[in-house]
Design a protein around this ligand. Structure first.
Ligand code: NAD
Length: 498
């Protein structure tokens, strides 16, 4: 069976004492093995990154940018192959994989602007003959640890910008769908990246723990579930590393009584069920304000959901594919069971979808649950499947309180025609990314991405301007060139401009 290996110092290495099966979620069959890196393998990758750092750090930013320009072109030329690899191992439909890839490419485009982004700040004459400037220097070797649900996009939130800033990088992608990430890293080498600047190690906790504790790693970016994000953040901090750890979500959409209901239903369909609900920005709770809005929403959703097609990635007429593993399929079904047992009503039931030709696939059909209350486990926890739950409330204030009380604060949205309500909502909601009639308010590459509360541990959001800050440290230099023959006397009080 094919082994997906590591990329260390520009070379593919498939040696591994331990491996794990990689499944095609549509067929339910293992198609490959992935090598799981040992401590020694991760240390080799860190050593390669450390050796490459001095020269890469001193490579002019414009030359680093040129490699990013070539990388962008190669990503576009190889888009079909990348989407195929994503489909085979993640299961998302080719049009969805293309969208993910495009979002990743936009982060590369942002990194192409690195000479401008690193220009720094300059002040002339802060004192007599004294000038001062701040520059943004790279950190050294930095690491990224990424989740299964965006094997192309999320790694590209991290390494293009980190590398463009002058760092070298060790990436640990998800072991569940590693091939597209590895292929993308190879394309960056084809674009001219020197060996050792980007290294990829596949693996599990054993590999991650080396990245969190090895003193040569200066910063860690993580994206994944909240319990692991919290562990990563705490451990990285305890080991003196800068860390940003993005976690899970429970994204609510408020549906106001004045909303354009047909539009809201269309938007909710894509945002709740697209990518099988396996997006950290998926809308998983619709909070309907007033029973009339709730009844209309549920009736229209039920009708619209009859036309949804779940199936294999290769048929682009499908709306969404399987979930990632058999175990996850059972977990999602378990949440639907628990909501029903807790008294909610399953209006559209996706627990046993028929997908002809793919009977062993990890499919869950689109599911709509009405009458969900905040006390239910299915409301409190992240399901990460194609399940939309409807909570009925009496007022917008009650809807906002619900969102603000939830432990997660990644994304949210309001459907309304009332500008005043929308403005109040965006001002007071305790969530990091807000949509107004926009169901998936994923910030573009030149803003930054991050949730609030237990959806993000750390101060700086991912990519965009916060990404540049995360992957650099500020140094401020103050200089004086005294005029010839002028000698300054000793000054014992704090220097000021008084
Ligand atoms: P996960 O937390 O299981 O895994 C993420 C990464 O952590 C993987 O590389 C994995 O190998 C590693 N890992 C897993 N267990 C570990 C352990 N015990 N110790 C050290 N490392 C460990 O997440 P996942 O299932 O791959 O991805 C889905 C989750 O990611 C969801 O919760 C989703 O909301 C979240 N997510 C968040 C964002 C965001 O931007 N906030 C984006 C995408 C996904």
């Amino acid at each position: 069976m094919n082994i997906v290996g590591h990329l260390i110092n520009g070379q593919i290495n498939t040696d591994a004492a331990r491996t794990q099966e990689v499944f095609n979620p549509a067929t339910g069959l293992a198609s490959k093995q992935v090598a799981l890196a040992s401590k020694q393998t991760v240390e080799e990758a860190i050593a390669a990154a450390e050796a490459a750092y001095p020269q890469w750090r001193n490579t002019p930013a414009i030359k680093r940018a040129r490699i990013m320009f070539r990388f962008k072109e190669l990503l576009e030329q190889n888009a079909d192959r990348i989407c195929e690899l994503i489909g085979e191992e993640h299961g998302k439909i080719s049009h969805d994989a293309a969208g993910e890839l495009q979002r990743g490419i936009e982060n590369v485009e942002y990194a192409c602007g690195i000479p401008e982004l690193l220009k720094g700040e300059y002040s002339k004459n802060v004192g007599p003959n004294i000038d001062s400037w701040s520059e943004f220097q790279p950190l050294g070797v930095v690491a990224g640890i990424t989740p299964f649900n965006f094997p192309a996009m999320v790694p590209m939130w991290m390494f293009p910008l980190a590398i463009a800033c002058g760092n070298t990088f060790v990436l640990k992608p998800s072991e569940r769908d590693p091939s597209s990430t590895l292929f993308i890293a190879q394309l960056l080498h084809e674009a001219g990246l020197p060996e050792g600047v980007l290294n990829v190690v596949n693996g599990d906790k054993e590999a991650v723990d080396v990245l969190l504790t090895d003193e040569r790693i200066k910063a860690v970016s993580f994206v994944g579930s909240t319990p692991i994000a919290e562990y990563i953040y705490t451990t990285a901090n305890a080991n003196g590393k800068r860390c940003q750890a993005l976690g899970g979500a429970k994204n609510h959409a408020i549906v106001m009584p004045d909303a354009d209901m047909d539009n809201a239903v269309n938007q909710l369909l894509g945002a709740a069920f697209g990518s099988s609900g396996e997006r950290c920005m998926a809308l998983s709770v619709a909070v309907a304000v007033g029973d009339a809005a709730a009844d209309a929403l549920v009736a229209k959703m039920r009708d619209a959901m009859q036309t949804l097609k779940v199936g294999a990635y290769s048929d682009s007429s499908n709306d969404f594919g399987p979930v990632i593993t058999r175990q996850h399929q059972q977990k999602v079904v378990g949440y639907i069971d628990s909501a029903e047992a807790d008294g909610a009503s399953v209006v559209v039931d996706g627990r046993a979808p028929q997908v002809s030709g793919y009977e062993e696939g990890f499919f869950v059909g689109a599911t709509l649950i009405d009458g969900v209350t905040p006390a239910m486990q299915s409301y409190q926890e992240e399901i990460f499947g194609p399940v939309l739950q409807v909570v009925r409330v009496e007022s917008m204030d009650e809807a906002m309180q619900l969102i603000n009380d939830h432990e997660y604060g990644n994304g949210t949205c309001i459907f309304t025609r009332d500008g005043e309500a929308a403005r109040y909502f965006s001002d007071h909601i305790q969530v990091g990314m807000v949509g107004i009639n926009i169901p998936l308010p994923v910030p573009v590459a030149y803003h930054s991405f991050g949730g609030w509360k237990r959806s993000l541990f750390g101060d700086l959001h991912a990519y965009g301007p916060d990404g540049v800050r995360f992957y650099t440290k500020r140094k401020t230099i103050t200089q004086r060139w005294p005029s010839a023959g002028v000698r300054e006397g000793a000054e014992f009080s704090m220097p000021t401009m008084k």
